[in-house]
Design a protein around this ligand. Structure first.
Ligand code: UT7
Length: 355
């Protein structure tokens, strides 16, 4: 039976370390508050004008491709998950192809816009391409340059203190080895709460979704018959160009969905939580991961947390954490690993794999 395995993995985080104390210089927050509520001590920010989501993805991908033992030209398909793309369009998939110097136009490139669960969605799509025999080397990437689009005033503090920049990548390859590779994947979505964690402006919505909002906003649209909808002066003047999150609501959903989807993915693979060697959760908030750990009865050594030093890197967080765990020898051949994520959309998912 043809399955996909992670043939190579890499990650990259920018050099610049931004501590909680650094953030107290630009907004009303404290190291104490951030540590207590999120577990975060510091995060990394990319270098302005020199680093982007694509450039960081290229660094991570180069390592993954090398470890997969292939040449970059052998990449058949690129799947790129991000919520902080370099351009509104085209997507980062083709920008990464160019950055890596892949001139093989037979390679396709697909962008995924699923935020925190983007890597899990990408992994699942790539897994299906491998299982059907369509492709042999699928590069799945999650990368984010959050620092370019956060609100660095006190108004944005509940969101801004959480996020960090970075990239992670894997190369999926076919395997016929018994009991190896990706054993199961599960994906879910519920659009009911789309605006509970969202970055809606600039956008082409024109106020259409106001019927779903508790408090419809006035975006300052003009009376012009054409255009002038995507971005308005009011959006700029009133700080509507930043992500919004109803933190406590998202938190409550996350602690419910993480354990649920992990158990579901294990079930699908005919396994139980006692079989797990390692859980790599999306690094949303250390308190969420601790809740998941407790709920599943995992020892400290069975769950990987690195949000303390990298913050929440959204689509990049699962591959960064998996790569770090692999490099530390905490994920070894034969280990049963579960990857899981929950976030904006809401969308969530999990994958169970034998390393
Ligand atoms: O990765 C995608 C999915 N995202 C998540 O899973 C995140 C889920 N949510 C969370 O992690 C938490 O809700 C947060 C860490 C975002 C916020 O923590 P919280 O304990 O839920 O805080 P809150 O939003 O309920 O705010 C409590 C208080 C408020 O003050 P008042 O109104 O009680 O006076 C906030 O204004 O804390 C205040 N606050 C802050 N104070 C200092 C919010 N952010 C900050 C801050 N520093 N950075």
């Amino acid at each position: 039976m043809l399955r996909s395995k992670i043939g190579g993995i890499g990650y990259y985080v920018p050099e610049k370390v931004v501590t909680n104390h650094d953030l107290t210089k630009v907004m009303d927050t404290s190291d104490e508050w951030i540590q207590e509520r999120t577990g975060i001590l510091e995060r990394r920010y990319g270098k302005k004008h020199e680093e982007t989501t694509t450039s960081m993805a290229a660094r991570a991908s180069t390592v993954a491709i090398e470890r997969a033992g292939i040449q970059k030209e052998e990449v058949d398909f690129i799947i790129f998950a991000t919520l902080s793309p370099d351009y509104y369009f085209p997507g980062c998939g083709v920008l990464l192809q160019r950055e890596l110097g892949i001139t093989n136009t037979a390679a396709g490139a697909l962008d995924i816009r699923n935020q925190c669960s983007g890597f899990l969605y990408g992994l699942t799509v790539g897994d299906q391409f491998i299982r059907t025999g369509m492709y042999k080397n699928v590069l799945v990437v999650g990368a984010e340059m959050h620092s370019m689009g956060l609100d660095f005033t006190t108004r944005g503090r509940n969101v801004t203190v959480i996020f960090g920049d970075g990239a992670g990548a894997v190369v999926l390859q076919p395997t016929e080895e018994e009991n190896k590779g990706i054993l199961s994947t599960c994906l879910h979505s519920d659009g009911t709460y789309a605006e509970k964690l969202a970055f809606i402006n600039p956008g082409a919505h024109g106020g259409y979704h106001a019927k779903y909002l508790e408090e419809p906003a006035d975006y300052g649209y003009s009376d012009a018959e054409y255009g002038e909808m995507f971005i308005t002066q009011r959006m700029i003047d009133e700080g509507m160009l930043f992500p919004y999150m109803d933190g406590p609501f998202v938190f409550k959903m996350a602690v419910q969905k993480f354990p649920e989807v992990i158990i579901e993915a294990l079930d699908k693979a005919g396994l139980q939580k006692e079989d797990l060697d390692m859980v790599i959760p999306h690094q949303a908030n250390l308190r969420i991961s601790q809740f998941v750990q407790k709920r599943l009865g995992l020892r400290d050594s069975q769950i990987w947390n690195n949000i303390q030093k990298f913050g929440n890197t959204t689509a990049a967080s699962v591959p960064i954490a998996l790569c770090e765990a692999y490099e530390a020898g905490a994920v070894k051949p034969g280990d049963l690993v579960c990857l899981a994520a929950f976030g904006s959309g809401f969308t969530w998912g999990a994958a169970v794999l034998r390393w």
